[in-house]
Design a protein around this ligand. Structure first.
Ligand code: ADP
Ligand code: MG
Length: 391
């Protein structure tokens, strides 16, 4: 008897993951060209350049930045210059301490976690750049979270780093900031803001249906067997996702539609698979945000999501009670009130929860209370994602 492998429409499932960066990014040719032009002085003369990329979720900011930094590095090495790329996701590192630690660790893997101030870490970083005679292209993704949590001082310091050393020194930092809107710049101090001139702000508009079609077509060719998809199915997904202009949403629908086809042992994706997939996919980047959370914050969010399932708003004491239970379940010691409060503030800066202060009357006396709500997706969906993450 011959053993036949399970039938699947997928040829290479990995090309549908968040982290897969395709060689070409259809619909982002203009932005890539803008970046190449803007950063030319870095390659040609080692002069630092700073820019901001902004656009809503799934508009290709992160991946365009990754492709661009790879290209810049290659171009510089052709000219006997070194440029080191360094990407920091400020959703994971949202304090100046964390960001500067990742920076020094890029050169010194075992640099100690504690015991050095931000200024000392920047100094160590500068010396490492000098030792290696390298310019650094620092991509600060989701920089709005860093700015919200820690203010503009670090960005200011980075634009000045290495300025005082010998003239002509090329050991400087170029920044590439990424945020959902250009308003991120309003959080910078005036001096730093002026280094991001109007021309150094690159917009990533929502994708049109036509652009999404090209993106999907490329992804289908990478991920699926040739005879399993039709133009009609690609068009349908593109039209659905065009409402948000979000490529991530489009690719996730494609992936789920493929899984539905497999479940039904169907040889190809049908319109009905696409419609079925749409029902279970949410047009947000909450998946990515959850992935980026550390365990402590994930537990705090799980506590909120579980408790809020049957309500619109939660008072913090309810959240804290639920947090105690969640910690017990996962064998973790619950942190105290002050720390839990900080977790909530962090989750708010990440856009995972909202909070507002209301006036309530308790025992006849009015008083102010903070209430929490969930902005993005149903609590139950969030609970499932978090439980999966926490294992
Ligand atoms: P953002 O950072 O703006 O939220 P990403 O760069 O993370 O968006 O892109 C989201 C997803 O969509 C990724 O899986 C990425 O590969 C895909 N994607 C975005 N833009 C394109 C594009 N122009 N071509 C191909 N894939 C794209
Ligand atoms: Mg991104």
């Amino acid at each position: 008897m011959r053993f036949s492998p399970p039938r699947t429409v997928f040829r290479d499932f990995s090309t549908l993951s968040f982290d897969y960066v395709p060689e070409r990014l259809p619909g982002r040719e203009a932005q890539a060209q803008r970046l190449a032009t803007l950063y030319r002085p870095v390659v040609e003369a080692g002069v630092p350049v700073h820019a901001l990329l902004h656009g809503s979720v799934g508009t290709g900011k992160t991946h365009t930045a990754r492709r661009f930094s790879a290209q810049l590095i290659a171009e510089a090495s052709g000219r006997q210059r070194t440029i080191q790329p360094l990407v920091v996701n400020c959703r994971q590192k949202f304090t100046a301490d964390d960001v500067t630690l990742s920076m020094v660790r890029n050169f010194q893997e075992h640099f100690p976690t504690r015991g050095f101030s931000v200024a000392e870490k920047l100094d160590a970083f500068r010396r490492d750049m000098q030792k290696r005679r390298t310019h650094v292209l620092l991509v600060l993704d989701e920089v709005d979270v860093l700015l919200k949590k820690s203010g503009p001082d670090l960005i200011y310091a980075l634009t000045r780093l290495g300025e005082e050393t010998a003239a002509g020194g090329r050991e400087r930092v170029s920044l590439l900031l990424i945020a959902p809107t250009a308003e991120a710049l309003d959080r910078l101090d005036a001096a730093t803001r002026s280094t991001f001139r109007r021309t150094n702000v690159v917009e990533f508009p929502r994708y049109t249906a036509e652009e999404l079609r090209r993106i999907l077509k490329q992804r289908c060719e990478l991920a699926l067997h040739p005879s399993t998809f039709t133009d009609e199915v690609v068009d349908l997904i593109a039209d659905i996702a065009a409402e948000y202009g979000d490529a991530r949403y489009a690719i996730e629908i494609l992936q789920n539609a493929g899984s539905l086809a497999d479940e039904e042992k169907s040889p190809e994706l049908s319109a009905e698979h696409v419609r079925g997939a749409k029902a279970s996919v949410h047009p947000t980047d909450v998946e990515e945000k959850v992935r980026d959370l550390d365990r402590a914050h994930a537990l705090a969010l799980l506590a909120v999501a579980r408790r809020i399932r049957r309500k619109a708003y939660l008072v913090t004491s309810e959240a804290e009670e639920s947090y105690g239970l969640a910690c017990e379940e996962y064998g973790t010691t619950a942190r105290g009130h002050t720390q839990f409060w900080k977790y909530l503030k962090d989750l708010e800066a990440l856009g995972l929860i909202d909070s507002k202060v209301i006036t309530r009357t308790a025992r006849g006396a009015p008083g102010k209370t903070t209430v929490i709500s969930l902005p993005e997706i149903p609590a139950q969906v969030l609970v499932e994602k978090l439980e999966r993450k926490l294992g």
